[in-house]
Design a protein around this ligand. Structure first.
Ligand code: RRO
Length: 309
């Protein structure tokens, strides 16, 4: 297979996925993703112990260069998603995303994953930017180290982390040093760029209701930040820690760029929200066209092979 990946000895046929948060809040949406032959895996909406309705609407807005959101972790509750991922999905792996509203809640939920029959991959979201009064965990290096230390005392199943974007080499170095101390299956990089502000000049107003308009940025405009994070972590992380590249994908070209920077799987948020599931066929077709033109048979031939001057 030309497009394939392996995370924690679990095989993926294809390399495309939804970005958590998009088209994955209900079992029906998850099933629709998995039904696409162009989707390798579906990631659930990040789940919390209790059902949450999220922040007041409008909490999502699209503009030409991307999107801004302050959804506020709307989800159907941890049990709902654990039940879904525990079902048989005819060989396609499913990734369970778990949020960390507090250190104790995150740990409690991961204990329940550990004690469950679910044998797949769990992704611990350390980077939600939109819960008022809760800073993004992964911008606090000490807390991140502490929480992962606690988690890996009992967690023996495949576990990855969803990271926020970093913008400084010191931070890439520090976070990679921490992550390399743990048997992580993968990182998913990046979450939205936290706390941007879109301004509509005509109305002289912000465009989403929560947090006076501040929210996480996604879509085309964040591509260089996403690629920088994938590349920086691929250069620093132990090779057993795989990378799901997320951010700025609108066509096969950006999928190719993510893989070139070291992504094993590539996930799509804003553009999936814009276009719907039909997008994945287009992305795979465009990626294969680029590979054909370049004479690549398999993604293994160029994964992580970015040239520098
Ligand atoms: O639900 C959200 O507001 C949200 C989450 Br949990 C996240 O991880 N990233 C994001 O952009 N929005």
């Amino acid at each position: 297979n030309r497009l394939h990946a392996t995370i924690a000895d679990i095989n993926f046929e294809g390399i495309l996925a939804n970005a958590s948060g998009v088209h994955c809040q209900t079992k029906e949406e998850l099933a629709e993703l998995l039904a696409s032959p162009y989707v390798a895996t579906a990631v659930t909406k990040s789940s919390t112990k209790e059902v949450r309705t999220g922040n007041p609407k409008p909490s999502y807005y699209e503009f030409e260069q991307g999107s801004i959101n302050s959804m506020g972790l709307p989800n159907n509750g941890f049990d709902y998603y654990l039940d879904y991922v525990s079902q048989d999905h005819s060989q396609k792996p499913v990734i369970l995303s778990v949020a960390s509203l507090s250190m104790t809640e995150g740990i409690e939920l991961l204990k329940r994953v550990q004690d469950s029959d679910f044998q797949g991959i769990t992704e611990f979201n350390l980077s939600c930017p939109n819960v008022v009064g809760k800073p993004q965990v992964a911008y606090d290096f000490e807390t991140t180290h502490q929480i992962l230390t606690e988690v890996f005392k009992f967690f023996k199943k495949p576990l990855g982390v969803k990271l926020p974007p970093y913008f400084d080499f010191a931070h890439f170095d520090q976070m990679a040093d921490i992550l390399n101390q743990f048997p992580l299956s993968h990182i998913n990089s990046v979450n939205s760029i936290g706390n941007g502000l879109y301004v509509d000049v005509e109305t002289e107003a912000s465009v989403i209701k929560p947090k006076k308009g501040f929210g996480g940025l996604g879509g085309a405009m964040i591509l260089p930040t996403a690629l920088a994070n994938v590349r920086a972590f691929r250069e620093r992380l132990n090779p057993d820690i795989k990378i799901i590249g997320t951010g700025g994908v609108t066509s096969g070209e950006e999928v190719f760029a993510h893989i070139l920077c070291g992504a094993d799987l590539v996930s799509v948020g804003t553009e999936l929200q814009r276009q719907g599931i039909g997008l994945f066929e287009k992305l795979q077709h465009e990626l294969l066209m680029i590979m054909n033109e370049k004479g690549y048979q398999s993604i293994d031939e160029f994964k992580g092979q970015l040239k520098t001057m």
